[in-house]
Design a binder for this molecule. Structure first.
Ligand code: HEC
Length: 469
């Protein structure tokens, strides 16, 4: 006891730790800080947890197309604690996204972004955006079918935008097609660039929290007046302020520890998501859908008509970002209490409702390929031998049927082809099959001329008059 204290004193005297941390820990906060103030610090805990588990994963992960998938399999199934680490990194990411969402909703509802804390909000919005980017870049590092196809589809859609499309797609893929350079780029963003941005902005964000103090719980009928607020807030702190440590900090610690415990528990009980198949450009058996926190966005894109989809994919997040950044510019004074700002409650409610609905749509995704479909029976193909029968088999073998239904057999990702023979000429069919289309891969490199002829013969035989009910 005595020795430990003496060593600490001597160390602190040379290093000056308490001189820096003392004022931070003891700074006064409003006395009635409540449980709903804990989301911000918990987001930071979750991020630090991600740094630790991420470094541990990076010790065994090789970011190259030949090895990434295998090293993740090794981490998941062989490395000691590998499965728990991957699980923690996965659920930690989920926790971080959830908590930052809760933190934003809380500060918005309570008007905590109003004067003088506008910059707190703006740096927070930037932290939110980079957190989403962190989650998105992380998913690609799995480098399985799903990850690779998600990025391929995203790049292809972006590429169709006018003017900036090609440049954006090239930036995303780090080249004209996906490959090792794409993985390297995502790895560099995921482990170096984005975490560095987060550290920097967390520093600024915390500095601003100290500079302006934690917002006091709002009360109806006590509007923010920028001319009087600072003096009023200082008087409030003098009157009834409490030191941050330990009066308010204990809640942050309890909540943070529970959050970390929940992440560990989830990784023990549920475990990390299974990897899909290894990526293979000739197999289109992939289900490009993002992890749950981006699934609603995927749902939104899939609901839109294809010609709007590409625009919304890029412009949607941009507009959302601008709206979020402008929130304090639109209203940085006046009532803070949610009881006097029904539109604020309405906005949060509407966003939750929208995300919830789109999330269900995204999870069901009737348009996503149906891999459970079986071959089309001969009674529907209408022939046992010859090119039409061969085409019917290829339609299944080449995966067309995952996306196209014929007489009720197959997925709904692409148009129903039961009567395609009435609609398209063989030339049009050939062109479509070779070149692909919106959300249809090009099959030019994947079919022999005979196979192509057989497929077209089969499709040509599909007509409303032929298909039995
Ligand atoms: C990943 C899903 C997917 C796969 C696999 C797929 N398609 Fe498609 N297909 C689509 C989509 C989506 C469209 C609509 C494209 C568009 O409008 O640009 C489409 C359009 C078509 C069309 C034109 C239909 C029309 O009514 O205009 C034909 C014909 C077609 N596909 C045939 C095939 C064949 C043959 C195969 C297998 C060799 C195949 N598709 C594999 C998704 C797929």
């Amino acid at each position: 006891m005595g020795i430990a204290r003496r060593v600490w004193r001597a160390f602190d005297d040379r290093a000056g730790i308490s001189q820096i941390l003392g004022p931070v820990l003891r700074h006064p906060v409003p006395k009635d800080a409540r449980w709903y103030y804990v989301f911000g610090s918990a987001t930071l805990f979750a991020f630090l947890l991600q740094v630790v588990t991420g470094i541990a994963l990076a010790l065994a992960y090789i970011p190259s197309t030949g090895n990434a998938y295998d090293t993740l399999q090794f981490i998941t199934h062989q490395a000691p604690f590998g499965k728990i680490l991957r699980g923690m990194h996965y659920f930690g990411a989920s926790a971080m996204v959830l908590l930052i969402g809760a933190h934003m909703a809380r500060t918005f509802l309570m008007g905590a972004y109003k004067f003088p804390r506008e910059l707190n909000w703006i740096t927070g919005v930037i932290l939110f955006i980079v957190t989403i980017l962190l989650a998105f870049t992380g998913q690609l590092l799995r480098w399985d079918q799903t990850a690779v196809w998600s990025i391929a589809v995203a790049a292809e859609q972006m590429g169709r935008l006018p003017l900036i499309g090609r440049a954006l797609a090239r930036f995303l893929l780090a080249g004209d097609t996906w490959g090792g350079q794409t993985l390297s780029r995502f790895f560099a963003f995921h482990v170096f660039f984005i975490p560095a941005v987060i550290f920097a902005f967390v520093g600024i964000h915390l500095w601003l929290v100290l500079r302006h103090g934690i917002s006091e719980p709002p009360e109806p009928g006590r509007p923010v007046d920028p001319r009087a607020y600072r003096a009023w807030y200082q008087a409030l702190l003098r009157r009834e302020g409490r030191p941050f440590w330990p009066d308010a900090a204990w809640r942050d610690i309890v909540f943070g520890v529970c959050m970390a415990g929940a992440v560990v528990l989830a990784s023990l009980i549920v475990g990390p998501p299974e990897l899909g198949k290894p990526p293979d450009p000739t197999i289109i058996q992939a289900d490009p859908r993002p992890d749950w926190y981006l699934l609603w966005y995927f749902g939104l894109l899939a609901l839109l008509p294809p010609n709007l989809e590409n625009y919304v994919m890029v412009l949607g997040p941009l507009v959302a970002l601008i709206v979020l950044l402008l929130v304090p510019a639109v209203s940085n004074r006046g009532e803070r209490s949610p009881a006097r700002r029904p539109w604020a409650i309405g906005a949060v409610f509407a966003i939750c409702l929208m995300i919830g609905t789109l999330w269900i749509v995204g999870a069901r995704a009737p348009w996503s390929p149906d891999f459970t479909t079986g071959p089309i029976p001969a009674r529907i193909t209408g022939a046992a031998t010859g090119p039409v029968a061969e085409g019917g088999r290829l339609f299944y073998d080449k995966g067309c049927q995952y996306c196209h239904a014929i007489a009720g057999y197959g997925g709904a990702r692409g148009p129903d082809l039961s009567a395609v023979g009435d609609r398209l000429t063989p030339a049009q069919m050939t062109w479509r099959i070779l070149n692909g289309g919106t959300n249809m891969p090009a099959f030019a490199g994947n079919l022999t001329p005979d196979q192509l002829d057989a497929l077209v013969a089969f499709l040509k035989s599909r007509s409303a008059g032929v298909s039995p009910p």
